[in-house]
Design a protein around this ligand. Structure first.
Ligand code: AMP
Length: 128
């Protein structure tokens, strides 16, 4: 049991500067960059800089400073894209695919922020 972080995953390589990214925001503990295969007019990934596999790993082991930084960065991205409700924006969706059933492709925690059009229902209703 426990979390086994693979430092060869693509987001670890982005954090080390080994492959390029289109940065939206960067802080001491977090990086936000555009998804290479956007599913909506706005599609940004927010990741912690620390080696966390997924959300439950981060929630269990990240420092309070990292958690605050990450949470604020997600909100700041929504503001930067002008989709936040505080600005009067039209809103957005956050999601974090986790593990096999969540169909997580990259094993480094990332929150997808998608926006820019009506996004439809969250899940299909034809399967429980
Ligand atoms: P998932 O792990 O299924 O939540 O999704 C991983 C996401 O990472 C997908 O939306 C990919 O399009 C995105 N992605 C993969 N490689 C890159 C990259 N080099 N730069 C930006 N986004 C990427």
């Amino acid at each position: 049991m426990g979390y086994d972080y693979d430092d060869q995953n693509v987001f670890a390589k982005i954090l080390r500067g080994e492959i390029p990214n289109t940065t939206v925001l960067e802080t001491d503990h977090s990086l936000a960059f555009r998804d290479i295969n956007a599913q909506a007019p706005e599609h940004v990934l927010v990741i912690p800089k620390g080696p966390y596999v997924c959300f439950d790993h981060f929630a269990a082991e990240a420092s309070a400073e990292e958690i605050v930084d990450f949470t604020r960065t997600i909100g700041d991205v929504a503001q930067a894209l002008k989709v936040d409700l505080g600005y009067g924006g039209d809103g957005y969706r956050l999601l974090s695919n986790t593990g096999a059933h969540g169909v997580q492709e990259v094993p480094h925690l990332h929150i997808h922020l998608v926006a820019g059009r009506p996004l439809g229902r969250m899940l299909c209703r034809d399967q429980p």
